[in-house]
Design a protein. Structure first.
Length: 198
């Protein structure tokens, strides 16, 4: 066999062998990439499932709290003769459950109304803006309504059984996010005093 043909034949063999090695390398890279993608998809699906379960638990808890508050108010003596006799709202600073001086004056009015109506009950509902997670905001709303409850108990000696607390967190906003000062308007506790109609 002439040398020239031998060199061409060896070049073709080397080229074919090189293609086989390249194909194996590409196949290995594809398999590796598919494994990484599959693992990432599994991780995302797991997190989505956990988030969905957390959300379901929070919704069930909120529903249970609403039901308990409603049941407690309905079981109050003679509640069918009760109506809202005073209503107010106190606002809070960002991520805070501390009673401000402006809020104090509103709560003093509420406390005086409860003192003058000894059979009255008060409903304290905490709200937040939409910053943070739903779970965090439900807890923050609870802390805010409990702060108001403590204030009324400490300042006026209102019995705890006369005060019902609830939190809606970021749900049931007073102002939509595109409205002016919506965040500060949503950081609140609504105070409703229920008294017997005369």
């Amino acid at each position: 066999m002439p040398i020239k043909r031998l060199i061409i034949l060896l070049s073709v063999i080397a080229l074919v062998a090189g293609c086989g090695a390249s194909k194996n390398y590409v196949d290995e890279q594809i398999r590796s990439s598919e494994a990484r993608t599959s693992a990432q998809l599994g991780d995302v699906e797991g997190k989505a499932s956990a988030t969905s379960l957390d959300l379901q638990k929070l919704q069930a808890l909120q529903s249970e709290l609403e039901s308990k508050a409603e049941m407690a108010l309905n079981q109050a003596k003679g509640f069918e003769n009760y109506d809202i006799i005073w209503e107010g709202e106190v606002n809070f600073d960002f991520d805070s459950d501390e009673i401000t001086s402006a809020a104090e004056q509103t709560l003093i009015d509420a406390g005086q109304k409860m003192e003058s109506s000894l059979e009255s009950l008060v409903e304290l509902v905490g709200h937040t803006d939409n910053t943070g997670s739903n779970a965090y905001n439900l807890k923050l709303g609870e802390r805010r309504s409990e702060s108001v409850r403590r204030f009324l108990a400490d300042r006026f000696g209102i019995s705890l059984y006369r005060m019902f607390t609830l939190s809606y967190g970021e749900n049931k906003a007073a102002a939509l996010s595109d409205e002016p000062n919506s965040a500060s308007r949503n950081r609140r506790v609504t105070v409703r005093i229920w008294g017997e109609l005369k």
